[in-house]
Ligand binder design. Sequence first.
Ligand code: ADP
Ligand code: MG
Length: 371
Amino acid sequence: QATPLSPLARVRPLTCAESRRGDRRAVRSLGDSAVHVSAARHDATFGFSAVFDAGTSQEAVFEGSGMRELVELAVGGFACTVFAFGQTGSGKTYTLMGPLAQSEARPAAPCALGLMQRSFACLLEQSWGAGLALSASYVEIYNEQVRDLLSPGPPCALPLRWSKSRGFYVENQLSVEFESLEAVTSLLLEGSRRRRSSAHALNKHSSRSHALLTVHVRSRAGVTGSPAGPQHGAGSSRQGTLCFVDLAGSERVKDTGSTGELCVEANNINRSLLALGEARAARGAARRRRRGCHGAPPPAGHCISLLAKPRGKRPHVPYRDSKLTRLLARALGGSGITLMVACVSPSSRCLSETLSTLRYASRARSVTTRP
Ligand code: ADP
Ligand code: MG
C-alpha cells in the first residue's frame, strides 16, 4: 500500500523565560493542517499532514501522528524512523521523550511521556502473543564519534562499518533485549543520562550530539507463512526496526543564554540531514533512468529530499563526512518509512529559524512512498 510521508508540525508553548521577557507569539495553527506565521514583515501559511498547537497534549500528539501505524509497520518487518527536527529549544526532545532528559532521577508524569515511551507500550502490546523478540540499542553521535549509550563505563568510540547485507552499521554496539515497558524505559533513561553528562562535560560541542535509539523487532516465529517484508532475507527471520532520532542536544545553549552561533550550527546539521536525502534521491533517480524504469515510485529519501530543495542555490553541506547521515542512509534513501516532526518555537524572536524549518518540512506533504 502507498504510505504518504507525513510531515507533522508541533508548535510548543512559550516558555516561562520567553513570556517573562515579553516575547510575542508569532506562530499559530490554523485548523489541524496549517501553521500560520505572522510578524512584522512576515505573513505565511504552511500546510502539514497534522499540526499540533501549544495546547496539544503528548497523548494527542501520539494519537494524531500516525505513530501507531508506524509501530505496526515495524512489527511487519519495515525499517521505520521518526525524527524530530527544528531549532535548538524547539521541543524535539520533549516531543520524543517528554521532560525525562531535563529532570533528575524523578520519573516523568505519565501524561508527559513522549512518542518513544508511548510507542514502546504500543509495541509491547502487539508483541504479547505474537512471538516477537525485542531489543534496543542506543548510540550518540558526538563530535563525529559514534558512542554507545548503553554500555557501562566511560563512553568510547565505536567504528562505523558498511556491509552489503546490512548497509552502514555500528560495530560492537550493545543491543539489549527487553520484555517490559519498565525495562526499555530504564534503558532510555540510563542512556539519556549518559548522553547528558557527556554533553555537559564538553558543552561547547553539545550541539553536535545526536541520539539514535533503535528498537529491533524480530519475529521468533521465523519465516514460514509470513508475508515478505523488505528486510526479509531468505532463511532469516523477519526483522523490523523502529528508530527514534533526537537531533542535537544543546540544552546548554539555553542554560548559558547563548543563542546565535550554536543555534545556527544545530540548524545546519538538520539541513545536512535533509540534504542527504536529496543527494541519494538524485543518485537513485539517475540509476533508475539508466535502467529505463521511469514509473518507479520515489524512495523515502526522495520525499525528504524535496524538503531540502532551497529556493536558490543549494548550500554546501558536508553530508559525505557525516556519520549521522550515513547511519540514517537506509531510512532516508532506501526502503524505510519515515515520520518527521518539525518542532518550532512560537516566539517572534525565533522567526527566521521557524520559517526555515516550516518551509523545509511542509514540502514533504503530498509525497507518496511505496515501501
Ligand atoms: P530541543 O530538544 O528541541 O532542544 P526541548 O525539548 O529540550 O528542545 O524543549 C525546550 C524546552 O521547552 C524544555 O524546557 C521543554 O520542557 C519545553 N517544552 C518543549 N515542548 C513543550 C511542550 N509541548 N509543552 C511544554 N513544554 C515544552
Ligand atoms: Mg534536545
